[in-house]
Design a protein around this ligand. Structure first.
Ligand code: UT7
Length: 320
């Protein structure tokens, strides 16, 4: 099977970090409630002039610069988001224009909520793999995949059960289609409205969530997805260098670590300073892991997402 390899990553965040103590000034909450239940201390929230597309463009530029590739080397551009600036043009086309990407490539947004970046990777793989041998000879097999969110515009800052959980940001990766890489994937969804957001329409969009139901789903989905990816690829946890999963809640990740009897150090976490950034979450964590010591060239990673829909998905992927 032809799989993806990560060439480079990038990320972007709004200028303003908002702590739990800051939120406690506007809604009836506290760091003592938020941190033990979620692992979140602060999150970045968009201010004047910051939107999904501005963050997405910044992250995409950084990933492209680090890849050493030019715009003409990209054969597919996919952006995962639940919070585009507007219905049309999509965020991917805004990135295309800003980065001067070619006109003859697929450019589209994917909405699979917090699982979006994984769905976007698989969408990109599909487009790259679809090229005929003749097309592939003329065309590079690289894709730019972005996850970007401005979730704070869809939050009700009088609802303490949701507004403390989410944040804004963007992550991006340049990936390559290759035959000689270990790769496995699974994509799923359950058809549920336990997390929802009205719109687009005249009523302002507001994220609503049945937290307990989503928690139950998320713990099961994360554990099952890791199991499926290991089984499909014929690998064990010993072969995996890092699991980078959706950063919704530290307790969800810790549940999975206990259930799989996996070493805690193999599960990357950065929700303490980002909160839940939806489709950007896995991409942001991936970039932070790549920029720090957590991930090095040649590492095997499991990227796993879960979220509204209820969607869940994962890939086993290698870093170049
Ligand atoms: O990307 C999508 C994935 N989403 C998730 O993974 C979210 C999964 N769910 C969760 O992480 C947890 O369910 C939450 C962190 C959202 C909530 O934790 P919980 O332990 O399920 O709390 P709860 O909703 O049962 O609320 C317990 C109490 C309630 O008060 P009463 O009714 O017992 O008096 C809430 O009103 O805590 C209250 N509460 C708060 N208090 C202070 C809820 N939110 C807050 C808050 N600050 N922010």
């Amino acid at each position: 099977m032809k799989g993806l390899r990560i060439i480079s990553t990038g990320s972007a965040r709004p200028a303003k970090a908002v702590t739990n103590d800051d939120l406690a000034k506007i809604v009836d909450t506290s760091d003592d409630w938020i941190y033990p239940r979620t692992g979140i201390h602060s999150r970045y929230l968009c201010g004047e002039g910051e939107t999904t597309s501005t963050l997405a463009i910044q992250a995409a530029k950084e990933a492209m610069e680090r890849s050493g590739l030019g715009p003409d080397d990209i054969s597919a551009l996919i952006c995962a988001t639940t919070s585009p600036d507007h219905v049309a043009p999509n965020v991917a086309c805004q990135i295309q224009r800003a980065l001067d990407m070619p006109e003859t490539i697929p450019v589209l947004d994917v909405n699979a909520a917090c699982t979006g970046f994984i769905y976007a990777l698989e969408t990109a793989r599909g487009f790259l793999a679809m090229q005929s041998e003749e097309e592939a000879a003329d065309r590079p097999r690289y894709a730019l995949v972005v996850g970007a969110e401005h979730l704070s515009k869809m939050l009700d800052f009088t609802d303490r059960t949701t507004c403390v959980l989410f944040g804004d940001g963007a992550g991006a990766a340049v990936v390559e289609l290759a035959e000689d890489v270990p790769y496995a994937s699974m994509l799923g969804a359950r058809g549920g409205d336990e997390i929802s957001c009205e719109g687009p329409g005249p009523v302002p969009a507001k994220i609503q969530m049945d937290g307990k139901a989503v928690f139950r789903f998320a713990t099961g989905a994360l554990t099952k997805c890791v199991d499926i990816l290991l089984t499909k690829s014929g690998r064990t946890m010993d072969d995996i260098d890092q699991v980078i999963c959706h950063q919704a809640n530290e307790r969800i990740v810790d549940f999975c670590i206990r259930k799989l009897k996996a070493p805690e150090t193999k599960f990357f976490k950065n929700m303490d300073h980002y909160g839940n950034t939806g489709a950007a979450s896995v991409a942001l964590a991936l970039d932070e892991a790549m920029c720090g010591n957590a991930v090095k060239p040649g590492d095997s990673l499991l990227l796993v997402g879960f979220g509204a829909g209820l969607t869940w998905a994962g890939v086993l992927i290698t870093v170049k």
